[in-house]
Write a protein that binds this ligand. Structure first.
Ligand SMILES: [Zn+2]
Length: 206
């Protein structure tokens, strides 16, 4: 994804988000989730680490109090569509609805508007990028995919993450059904190792 992101950034400089400023960015996709999100929040709070959560509109609708807690603890929020559909082959009307419905629910439940959008599965097309440009939003991909949803061992996640860090790295994690039961096996240890490296954690900033 790292090379792909550089090329995309060259092609679509105004819409694809990237930075080489000092610091790393932890991002958590698919929440709010009734157990995974509070667990992640606790681990971040204990270590005073800020992160960015890409919410699904349908989950904010279902778990608004958890979403509010994420905001009140000072984390950044991004839009991850409403239903987590692959938008690659979808038309403008469908894509627009996925983004706007989520923005509306974020505004009504949390009183916020987002500047960051992450496409489900990382799939996007020109229609989506044009819409984001219209909305003044950035498309946020990632450089480091933890593959937390499918790796079985803590060491697998650590190996994927720890060797690839550079300034501006964007890490992809998930707070969803696939990770809820195993977050505690890899995330606290991984966060501690990142802290040991004296890295500065930053939420995404526009
Ligand atoms: Zn997702």
């Amino acid at each position: 994804m790292r090379c792909k992101m550089r090329i995309l950034k060259l092609l679509f400089p105004s819409v694809i988000f990237s930075t080489t400023a000092a610091g790393i960015h932890l991002t958590f996709d698919d929440g709010p989730h009734p157990t995974a999100t509070p667990a992640v929040l606790g681990m971040l709070r204990e270590r005073n680490i800020p992160a960015t959560f890409f919410f699904l509109g349908q989950n904010v609708q279902q778990y608004p109090d958890i979403a509010k807690q994420v905001v009140s603890e000072g984390h950044q929020i991004g839009n991850h569509s409403f239903t987590h559909s692959n938008l690659f082959f979808k038309d403008k009307q469908f894509i627009q609805k996925q983004i706007i419905q989520t923005e509306e629910i974020l505004e009504s439940k949390l009183g916020i508007r987002t500047r960051f959008y992450r496409p489900p599965y990382g799939y996007f097309n020109l229609t989506l990028l044009n819409l984001l440009e219209e909305f003044g939003s950035a498309c946020v991909l990632w450089n480091i995919d933890s593959k937390d949803y499918r790796l079985k061992q803590r060491s697998d996640v650590e190996r994927r993450v720890l060797n690839r860090i550079s300034n501006g790295s964007i890490f992809l994690f998930h707070d969803n059904n696939h990770t809820a039961h195993k977050l505690h096996t890899y995330l606290p240890g991984l966060l501690d190792k990142l802290l040991e490296k004296k890295l500065v954690f930053k939420p995404l900033q526009s």
